[in-house]
Design a protein around this ligand. Structure first.
Ligand code: ADP
Ligand code: ZN
Length: 518
């Protein structure tokens, strides 16, 4: 009897439960349907093919652009007793030969390959001699020119996929807009119903955008918020990475640089140091982090504007994989935007159009007033319905803004009391405003001590206050005329002269004060 995906999850990988969509994706593959799975970074994409690899009779090929990470993955699999090999350009002839022998003799379950390796004649010859059941295209957004990381060789993979007989294809990506998604499916000839998209909301990330003013000071502020803890700082250019690293090191912070201008050995050394906590801070270009799995990154700072909303999402996604609250802060200035626009104008044709579109989406996100999660998740096709996430700069700012409404509340409630607790909010407001309406005069309410004591506010403010007091359970509406009555807790509050507060959403500060787009 063959094992179930659950048994393999428990017995081999040692996990109790599937993460969202893992099971669905695995079952779809086992039914030999081509599948597109869109899951956020850290969502557990690897298991989606590692488990089928153990259940399908034939081989599984995993195509990934990240050669540096293949070795880690293979070492992890070997520790679990799962035979896996890699074929890529970094292997010496001996290793390459040994690995192909393993494949030929059927002694492996998974082969990890760079896309260009899969495209070589040598490999296609080898694959003709074995049965491949599953072709995994990791980082599948690289197929699309609309994605943030287009790689032409990915387009070629499609031909290889079609050349393999009876192969099921799994495309995986952490970021995909509708456009990229459609592009991937079209390129691979997938059916709609085999698409699985998990929620992109990472609830423990505190998402913030701050106006870039004194960037170094703002950087240090964030570092000091998490002293000695791991953090990633993204810069736009290599030069900026080097300068900021030097600035931080001069101030005795343990920071290391990471960018494509450094040699491989240095890059690897710095990355290792960060992962092993020998260095707290990595200052990097976007070259850093693909596939990095460090669970306790406490903050991600975008010192400069990211290249796209997708890239941004992926970069902030490296924070807080352990589920603990983590800060993702972006320093924004219109100067940085202009710089990027200038660079985009140097590009041409479709590349320029795609870059422009990405920048527009990013700026739109930054300029949206209100909860950050709403526009961010909307970009990935998700509606965020909650009023406030409580975990972004907007929502946190509105929470902090506590207003003392004791005095107006006392006025409003005593007016209710004195007029006999039989009138609605509009009439109470009229009395407070000193309005000589027919109703006020007919009840002789102009003689009440509360008549006209509320002229300092607008009628609308009193109506709003009425709702707030209802929310606070200090007054209640009763009967068909919505007469207002004080609750027991109101009577108690008035007696003990307690302070009554409410929270008020406050308009976003700083970012828009200058250079505000019209
Ligand atoms: P992704 O490739 O989507 O970024 P990974 O496959 O690297 O994610 O998985 C992220 C982390 O989650 C890894 O540490 C992995 O071991 C862990 N993980 C994956 N599946 C499960 C599961 N079902 N239960 C618990 N942890 C899991
Ligand atoms: Zn929010």
């Amino acid at each position: 009897m063959s094992k179930s995906p659950e048994t393999i999850l428990n017995d081999i990988f040692g996990y109790d439960l599937f993460l969202p969509l893992q099971k669905e994706v695995i079952e779809n593959i086992l039914q030999r349907k081509d599948t597109l799975a869109i899951m956020p970074t850290g969502g557990g994409k690897s298991l989606c093919y590692q488990i089928p690899a153990l259940l399908l009779p034939g081989l599984t090929i995993v195509v990934s652009p990240l050669i540096a990470l293949m070795k880690d993955q293979i070492d992890q699999l070997k520790q679990l007793g799962i035979p896996a090999v890699t074929l890529n350009s970094s292997l010496d002839a001996g290793e390459y030969f040994r690995n192909t022998e393993q494949i030929r003799k059927g002694k492996t379950r998974l082969i990890y390959m760079a896309p260009e390796t899969l495209l070589t004649d040598r490999v296609s010859g080898l694959l003709e001699t074995v049965q491949v059941d599953l072709l995994v295209i990791d980082e599948a957004h690289c197929i699309s020119e609309w994605g943030h990381d287009f790689r032409p060789e990915y387009r070629e993979l499609i031909k290889v996929g079609k050349g393999l007989k009876n192969v099921t294809c799994l495309a995986l990506t952490a970021t995909a807009t509708h456009k990229v998604r459609a592009d991937i499916k079209k390129s691979l000839g997938f059916q709609d119903h085999n698409e699985f998209i998990s929620s992109f909301d990472r609830k423990n990330l505190i998402i913030e955008i701050e106006k870039k003013q004194d960037a170094l000071k703002q950087t240090i502020d964030l570092i000091e918020q998490f002293p000695g803890r791991p953090g990633i700082i993204y810069c736009f250019s290599r030069k900026q990475v080097d300068e900021l690293t030097a600035d931080l090191v001069r101030r005795r912070y343990s920071a290391l640089p990471y960018h494509a201008g450094l040699d491989d050995a240095t890059r690897r050394k710095n990355q290792e140091a960060f992962i092993r906590d020998d260095a707290n801070i990595i200052v990097a270009t976007v070259a850093f982090g693909m596939g990095i799995n460090k669970p306790d990154v406490r903050y991600v700072l975008h010192y400069d504007l990211p290249k796209s909303l997708e890239g941004y999402y992926q970069e902030i996604g490296r924070a807080g994989r352990d589920g603990q609250p983590s800060v993702c802060r972006l320093l924004f200035s219109y100067g940085d935007k202009n710089k990027i626009e200038y660079l985009i104008r140097q590009k041409s044709g479709k590349e320029q159009a795609a870059a422009e579109e990405q920048l527009d989406a990013l700026i739109k996100y930054i300029e949206t007033r209100g909860c950050r999660r709403r526009p961010l998740l909307a970009y990935f096709g998700e509606s965020y319905l909650q009023k406030s996430c409580g975990m972004c700069d907007w929502c946190l700012a509105s929470q902090e803004k506590i207003i003392d409404i004791t005095i107006p509340a006392q006025k409003f409630m005593s007016c209710i009391k004195r007029s006999g607790e039989v009138f609605g909010a509009a009439h109470i407001a009229d009395i407070l405003m000193g309005a000589r309406t027919e109703k006020v005069l007919s009840h002789k309410h102009q003689e009440l001590s509360t008549f006209g004591i509320g002229k300092d506010r607008q009628k609308n403010d009193w109506l709003k206050l009425s709702d707030q007091l209802i929310d606070l359970n200090l007054i209640e509406k009763v009967g068909e005329f919505n007469s207002l009555k004080l609750t027991d807790s109101a009577v108690e509050m008035l007696r003990t002269r307690q302070t009554i507060t409410t929270v008020k959403p406050r308009p976003q500060r700083s970012l828009f004060e200058e250079n505000q787009p019209s």
